[in-house]
Design a protein around this ligand. Structure first.
Ligand SMILES: [Zn+2]
Length: 658
C-alpha cells in the first residue's frame, strides 16, 4: 500500500537500519566452518528481501503531493544511506567474506550457481572499492568522504527537483506561444497589469523558448533557466573535490577510472576517445546545419534561438507543426496502442487495475502484467503510470524500479518486479484530451522500454535484476525501442485524431520522419558537451588539476566550443540543474552515446525489416532483456546479433556513413 505517514517512513527506516545491522552482526560472528549456505546465501536473501521497502520509502520524495511526506522520504534516505555506508565499511563482515572467498579459491568450497559466484566476486570488488583492504586510519577517511558525498548529492538533487522559480511575462512578450500554454499560466496582477507566470517546468518552458517571437523573451528564459539552481554551484565543487580524493585514496588514477571499471567501456580512456572521435566526425556536419539556421534567421544564431528557429524551420520547410501532429496522439489511446506493441513483441498482456486503491495519488494508474499464452500465462509483475505534473513532483520523465524480481529461497517461487513510470504530460482540459507531442510519444515509449526491461528480468539475484546493468548499457533497450516511434507502419497504427479518429496521413508521416535528423549533429554536440564536461571534471589525475579547475569556466567554454552555438558572451551555470552529475550518472553521461551504438545495431539487425517480428522480439527478450546483469552482456549481444556489435548503424543514423 501507499499510505505511509511521515512518522511511519521514519520508523520503518529505523527498523531497516536495525535489522541490517543485526544481520551483519550475525555474519560477522561466524568465524569457523564458513559455508556458502551459512554466509553467502543468507546474505543474498537478505539483500533481495530488503529492496522493496527501501525503494518504496525513498520513492515518495519524487511523487508524493504532501511536502511532509516528501521531506520525510528524503530525510529517511539520507539517514539510511549514511548508516548503510557504515555497514558497507565493516571490516568484520569483510574478513568473513575474505575467508569464504579463500575457501572457494582453494577448492574447499564450491558455489553451484553461476549467479551466486558472480555475486561473491562483485561483493569482494565492492569491499575493495570501499577501501576495506586499507589500514584503519585510511578507512576512516574513506568513510567520511563517502558519507559526505552521499549527503551532498542528495542536496544537489533536492535543490534541482524542488526549484520553483518563474518569470512573469506580459501577453505581448509571449506572442507566438501556443494559446493553450499561455492559458494554462497562472495570472498575476502587478500594478494593474495582467502578467503570466511561466515556471521552469517542461510544459511551460518548452513552448515559450520554442515559439516566443520576441527574442528578448527567449533570451530571458534562457538566462533564467540556466541559472535557476545556482545554489548547486558550490555543492558541485565540493562533490568533485571529494570524488577526486576518494579515488586517489583507493588507488585509482582518477574518479572516472574508479567508476568505469565495471562498465562495458571499462576505463576512462575508452570513454574519452569514443566521445572525442564522435565530436570530430560530427563537427563539420554541425557547421553546415548551423549555417542553414543562420541563413534562415538572417543573423547570428544564439543559444536561445536554436529551438525557436528549428521549430520555424520545421513548420516552414518540412511542414511539420508539432501541435498539429499532437492532435493525432490523444494520450489514452496512444498509450493503449504502445502497450499493445510491447504485448505483441514480448508476449505480454497488460491488465488495468480499475479499483485504484493501491496508488500514491489519484492520477496514478496501475497494470498487472502477464506473460505467455493460454494455459502458460503467468503473472510477471506490476507497472504504475504517474503521468501528469504536480507541485513538488519529479520534473522529468523516468522509470523507477520499486521492487526487483528474484528467486526465493525455497527454489520454486519468485518475487515479482514492480516498476513505475513518472512523466509530466499536460492534463486534459475541458475542451481537449491530453495530446502528446511526437517527442512525448517517443519519450513515453522510451521510458516504457525501461519499465519493460525491468519487468522482463528473470534473474536469481535482485542485484542483477532488470535494469540493474552497467550504465553504458542501461539505455540500450530503450534506445532501440525509440526506432518504433519513427516507423511509418507503427505511426499509422499509433495515431488517431482526437476529433475524427483518423490516422496520420502518409504526407504528414513522411514530413515528420524527414525531421528526425534535422540538426542532428547540433543536437548531438549539445549532448557531447554534457558528456565531455562530465568526464573532464572526473578524470583529474593530480592535485594541481584540481586546484586549477574552474567549473563554471569549463562548463561555459566547453559549451561554446563543442556546441558551436554562441551564448553571446553570457555565461550561465546550468550545471546546477545537471541532475545526472549528482544522481548516479557521474562520469557516465558518455553512456548515452556508447549504449546507442548497441541499440542502433540491434534495431537495424533484428527489426528494421519487420518492426513487429515476433520471432526476433522473443530472441531479444530471452537472450538479453531477461538476463539483467547476471551474465556477460557483451557475450549475449554477440549471441543476439550473430556477430560482434559494430557502430555501422549508429554512424548511419547520424549521416556519417559516407
Ligand atoms: Zn532512458
Amino acid at each position: 500500500s501507499w499510505n505511509h505517514t511521515p512518522q511511519q517512513i521514519a520508523d520503518l527506516t529505523e527498523e531497516l537500519i536495525e535489522t541490517t545491522k543485526a544481520f551483519n552482526d550475525h555474519i560477522a560472528s561466524l568465524s569457523s566452518n564458513l559455508t556458502v549456505e551459512g554466509v553467502l546465501l543468507p546474505y543474498i536473501d537478505f539483500e533481495n528481501e530488503s529492496q522493496l521497502l527501501i525503494n518504496q520509502l525513498f520513492f515518495y520524495q519524487y511523487v508524493s503531493s504532501d511536502k511532509d511526506i516528501r521531506d520525510a522520504s528524503t530525510a529517511a534516505e539520507e539517514l539510511f544511506s549514511e548508516k548503510m555506508i557504515e555497514q558497507s565499511l565493516r571490516t568484520d563482515v569483510y574478513e568473513v567474506f575474505k575467508k569464504l572467498q579463500e575457501k572457494v579459491d582453494s577448492g574447499m568450497l564450491s558455489i553451484a550457481s553461476k549467479e551466486h559466484q558472480l555475486f561473491l566476486s562483485k561483493t569482494m570488488l565492492g569491499f575493495r572499492k570501499n577501501g576495506l583492504h586499507l589500514p584503519e586510519d585510511q578507512r576512516q577517511v574513506v568513510k567520511s568522504y563517502l558519507s559526505k558525498l552521499k549527503e551532498l548529492c542528495i542536496h544537489f538533487s533536492k535543490n534541482a527537483n524542488e526549484e520553483n522559480g518563474y518569470i512573469l511575462f506580459s501577453k505581448e512578450e509571449l506572442e507566438g506561444v501556443p494559446k493553450s500554454t499561455v492559458d494554462s499560466f497562472e495570472q498575476v496582477d502587478k500594478d494593474g497589469v495582467q502578467l503570466y507566470k511561466m515556471t521552469f517546468k517542461y510544459p511551460d518552458i518548452f513552448p515559450v523558448s520554442g515559439f516566443a517571437n520576441n527574442e528578448t523573451t527567449r533570451k530571458t528564459v534562457y538566462l533564467g533557466n540556466g541559472d535557476k539552481c545556482k545554489a548547486n554551484n558550490v555543492i558541485l565543487e565540493e562533490i568533485i573535490a571529494l570524488r577526486y580524493k576518494l579515488a586517489k585514496l583507493l588507488g585509482f588514477n582518477s574518479f572516472s577510472d574508479y567508476v568505469l571499471d565495471e562498465t562495458l567501456a571499462q576505463n576512462v580512456t575508452t570513454a574519452v576517445s569514443f566521445l572525442t572521435d564522435l565530436r570530430r566526425k560530427l563537427t563539420p556536419l554541425a557547421q553546415i546545419e548551423l549555417e542553414k539556421l543562420s541563413e534562415f534567421k538572417g543573423a547570428e544564431v544564439f543559444k536561445w534561438d536554436f529551438k525557436y528557429l528549428e521549430n520555424k524551420m520545421l513548420s516552414k520547410q518540412y511542414q511539420v507543426n508539432e501541435t498539429e501532429i499532437a492532435e493525432y496522439f490523444p494520450m489514452e489511446s496512444t498509450i493503449e496502442k504502445m502497450l499493445a506493441i510491447y504485448e505483441k513483441l514480448f508476449d505480454l498482456e497488460f491488465q488495468p487495475v480499475l479499483t485504484n486503491t493501491s496508488v500514491w495519488h489519484e492520477d496514478v494508474r496501475q497494470y498487472l502484467v502477464l506473460i505467455g499464452e493460454g494455459s502458460n500465462k503467468k503473472f510477471l509483475g506490476v507497472i504504475y503510470f504517474d503521468l501528469h505534473p504536480r507541485e513538488g513532483k519529479y520534473g522529468h520523465a523516468a522509470n523507477f524500479g520499486i521492487a526487483p524480481g528474484y528467486a526465493k529461497r525455497d527454489g520454486k517461487s519468485r518475487a515479482y518486479p514492480i516498476t513505475a513510470l513518472v512523466c509530466n504530460f499536460s492534463k486534459k482540459t475541458e475542451s481537449k484530451p491530453s495530446l502528446l507531442k511526437h517527442y512525448e510519444v517517443k519519450t513515453f515509449f522510451h521510458e516504457l522500454g525501461h519499465g519493460i526491461h525491468d519487468l522482463l528480468g528473470r534473474t536469481e539475484v535482485a542485484r542483477f535484476h532488470g535494469t540493474n546493468v552497467p550504465r553504458d548499457f542501461v539505455e540500450t533497450p530503450s534506445q532501440s525501442f525509440e526506432f518504433w516511434t519513427w516507423e511509418k507502419s507503427i505511426l499509422k497504427n499509433l495515431s488517431s485524431h482526437y476529433l475524427t479518429n483518423e490516422s496520420l496521413s502518409d504526407t504528414l508521416i513522411d514530413n515528420l520522419v524527414s525531421t528526425k535528423h534535422v540538426n542532428g549533429a547540433l543536437h548531438a554536440l549539445r549532448q557531447l558537451h554534457f558528456g565531455l564536461f562530465d568526464l573532464a571534471v572526473h578524470q583529474l589525475e593530480d592535485d594541481e588539476s584540481l586546484e586549477l579547475l574552474n567549473i563554471s569556466r569549463l562548463w561555459n567554454n566547453l559549451s561554446n566550443e563543442v556546441s558551436l552555438i554562441s551564448s553571446g558572451n553570457y555565461t550561465v551555470d546550468s550545471y546546477g540543474s545537471f541532475g545526472h552529475i549528482a544522481g548516479g550518472y557521474e562520469s557516465g553521461y558518455y553512456s548515452y552515446f556508447f549504449s546507442e551504438v548497441f541499440g542502433d545495431d540491434i534495431y537495424y539487425t533484428l527489426f528494421k525489416d519487420d518492426p513487429m517480428s515476433v520471432e526476433n522480439g522473443r530472441k531479444y527478450r530471452d537472450i538479453v532483456l531477461s538476463k539483467g546483469n547476471s551474465e556477460d552482456i557483451m557475450d549475449n549481444l554477440k549471441l543476439l546479433l550473430g556477430r560482434e556489435p559494430t557502430s555501422d548503424a549508429f554512424l548511419k543514423e547520424y549521416g556519417l556513413d559516407k
